[in-house]
Design a protein around this ligand. Structure first.
Ligand code: SF4
Length: 372
């Protein structure tokens, strides 16, 4: 690539290009009626993927670019779960009966705030409405700061087999600057608990470019991370857009590394991970040689979806919950962000209002990274 182009875009502080279709492409012009038709037209034998979004956290990480609601109480989460179940019921009634499912992903937010009993009940409900395959990949995003031993046991009992843990940085100075203080012990305890209960496939998310981060602290974090031997790591660059994301205004701009330092940090993390036996996957992921992502990259089955790289080759993705994105039949579908929380309306009406879709003629698939 030309040096002038590299220099121009390196200094441009561009926001993430993480979601496709991009926001202006999505409109209500293609609405719930079209979505219903697409669901009804799904082939009954083709396995689909499910995505469930849980937009709640206990405290705000200043770097976070995802829409979430901070709550110390469980009541809003339980209310949300009730509506989520209604949406699952409505969608499953439109789709062919016992639609096979080969991939389920819980994202957020912090999906494990649902709680053990409620999570088990939600998985039972999904199995009641869809035909989850025995071999289905079932993944959950986890914030180790709020993760409990009881939840690890529940995830194992519910058939979860992959967990994605937000780590970001183990450097206490960086953690304090981004309002996410998470010890190595907390992360290691979560990993041990998950493995003990059969959740054997572990992903870590790391971030470079955070305030006060240095090459040395990035390498120390990567070294501590690989000592826990996650199967995969996603390494994202922090995108600072305080004009769009209010919580990022808490970040001290003068403490942010410049573009050259960010590039050095990314390279140093990659070097550390590769030296520890991980294979580079696409732009920003790393995986052990026997991980499905490595095998998918070798065989040309690697995909990039709203959660990053994936070995999931389902043509159909059904999204549930506020802001969830799906890919169904003729196009992409996204729930409105807050519509799902609207009280006092019939659930069908809520569901109909919250759908916004886009024609496939304008679409392609691009990433949206999540980092709990
Ligand atoms: S980074 Fe994850 S845990 Fe932190 S506020 Fe955002 S969604 Fe919640």
């Amino acid at each position: 690539m030309q040096t002038s182009i590299l220099t121009k875009y390196r200094e441009a502080r561009l926001p993430w290009y993480t979601i496709y279709p991009t926001v202006p492409e999505v409109s209500a012009a293609v609405g719930a009626d079209a979505y219903e038709g697409w669901l009804r037209g799904l082939p009954a034998d083709d396995p689909v993927s499910l995505y469930l979004h849980v937009p709640f956290c206990r405290s705000m990480c200043w770097y976070c670019g995802f829409p979430t609601t901070i709550t110390r109480r469980d009541a809003p989460i339980l209310n949300y779960l009730a509506v989520l179940r209604d949406e699952i019921r409505l969608v499953s009634e439109q789709a062919p009966r016992a639609l096979p499912v080969s991939d389920v992903h819980f994202g957020g937010g912090t999906p494990t705030l649902i709680g053990p009993a409620e999570f088990l009940a939600l998985m039972d409900f999904l199995r009641d409405r869809f035909a989850l395959r025995e071999t289905a990949a079932v993944a959950v995003e986890i914030d180790p700061c709020t993760f409990t031993a009881e939840m690890a046991e529940a995830l194992g009992a519910a058939g979860v087999n992959r967990a994605s843990l937000g780590v970001q940085s183990f450097d206490p100075v960086v953690q304090k600057a981004v309002n996410r203080v998470q010890s190595e012990t907390q992360t290691a305890t979560a990993v041990e608990g998950l493995r003990r209960h059969g959740v054997s496939r572990i992903n870590f998310d790391l971030i470079f470019g955070l305030p006060h981060q240095t090459v040395q602290s990035c390498v120390q974090t990567a070294t501590a991370a690989v000592a826990m031997r996650p199967n995969r790591l996603a390494v994202f660059g922090y995108s600072h857009v305080p004009s769009l994301i209010n919580n990022q205004r808490q970040i001290e701009e003068t403490a942010l590394p410049d573009s050259a330092a960010r590039a050095e940090q990314a390279a140093a993390v990659a070097e550390t991970l590769v030296a520890a036996g991980y294979r580079e996957i696409g732009l920003d992921h790393f995986a052990l040689p026997d991980d499905e992502l490595t095998l998918a990259q070798k065989t040309g089955r690697l995909r990039r979806n709203s959660r990053g790289y994936s070995a999931d080759t389902c043509k159909t993705l059904i999204g549930f919950g506020a802001s969830a994105i799906g890919r169904v039949g003729e196009g992409y579908v996204q729930n409105e962000l807050h519509g799902i929380l609207t009280p006092g309306t019939s659930q069908l009406a809520v569901w109909r209002r919250q759908r916004a879709t886009v024609s496939p003629t304008k679409t392609a698939c691009e990433p949206q990274s999540s980092s709990d």
